[in-house]
Design a protein around this ligand. Sequence first.
Ligand SMILES: C[S@@+](CC[C@H](N)C(=O)[O-])C[C@H]1O[C@@H](n2cnc3c(N)ncnc32)[C@H](O)[C@@H]1O
Length: 418
Amino acid sequence: MRIAFTKKRERNNKMGKNKKKKKKSVKEAQINIPRQFFKKIGIRPLVGPNEKRNLKMIEREISRRLGKDTLESFRVVFEPECDDTAFNFCHRSLPLVKVWYGDDINHLCRVAKELKDFEMLPNLKILDIGGGPGHLAFWMARIWNPLKVVVADQYSHIGAEWAQSLNEDRIEFIDSLLPDLKGISDEQFDTIIISRVLGNLEVLDLPTCYDEFNYIDYLKSDSGQFKIDFLRSIGHKLNELLTDDGHLIIADSWSDIRKVLIGGSFEKEGLYMNPDKFDPRRVGKEHSIVVFSKTPIVEPIPDLPLGLSAAENLPNQSYEFVGTSAETMRTFFSKGNILKDFEYYDSNDEDIIKFEIIEKVGLMLLYKVTNGGLKRAWIYPSIYYKKVINMLMEVTNEKIIEKGGRVTYRDDFFSLPN
Ligand SMILES: C[S@@+](CC[C@H](N)C(=O)[O-])C[C@H]1O[C@@H](n2cnc3c(N)ncnc32)[C@H](O)[C@@H]1O
């Protein structure tokens, strides 16, 4: 009996240990979920995952965490119509910072999730511009295992205190702001991240829409010119700070005109949108990332920012035009840039098929015509160029090859079988 009991106890102990191990690994895994991670570093979510921000919750939490006197001081400065008053008050100390981001948790988690989906090599040097007291830097340190993260903002005292409490020694804080970024000019970074800063910069005042009749008039207006100049000065600085094969990640709320303004200004400073590194379909009003590189990735496309902008309102599935309507679309694109044209022989249907891909002001036409006279056309935003090429490669079983920048069919497809 006694032996059996001991065995049972041993078995139970083992099971208990396994359970504990399992619990530990579940907990460990949960820390890679943004909401759990932020909770772990002291940011208690004040709203549910699908709830909107509610600044009233801040009052309740201030009272709970810091007492009635602090709540009274908050009420003196807080103006319900102005987010800034609450933001500034909540950046006076670490406990208040935790209250602020507890209320902002859903936006924060969305950015954190976008960053997690970005593939990053370990041991890189990262610069987080406008990184506040470091909350996202702690997340990046967790998911990317960088060599170091430098946070540039104006809360280095709070950031340093927070990092110390978390035993996180890979993060440096420096009081430095855009556009000059004084004090961080003597080194380069593999990744620069600017999350929810550009769209919030009061002096820049980025629009989500414009009054002018068309966007070109807007870009030429005083307001448009000011924004372009300001963004170019930022882009210039970022280019200096980024390594040649590095990436710049902008997380923000995007509109079609913001894509044109930011993308176009940065392009003039040698920073090009890199759709290999982000999904253009995800870029919209909800916070999402756009990635830039120093080398243009999608060579033949003349205006990628406009292409990304065109993606804003086009449906995910392209509309198909057939017959004369396809020819009409081809006529609309007749003065566009032919990005590729090629033919191939389809042995199933015994047809020669000719494809053209033509770009015009941010849109792209895929035109298909067969020797049997069938015409079809599809319209995409030009930023989908690589995706469309990949799709065609699959359709044509990679039977197309490139010759001098243009694609033509392989020699064995030149002649039709007898
Ligand atoms: C909405 S918070 C975003 C914080 C963090 N990046 C995030 O996504 O959670 C905006 C931050 O931009 C900072 N900021 C404001 N003006 C700035 C400037 N000129 N240069 C850099 N950061 C600035 C603010 O201090 C604030 O921390």
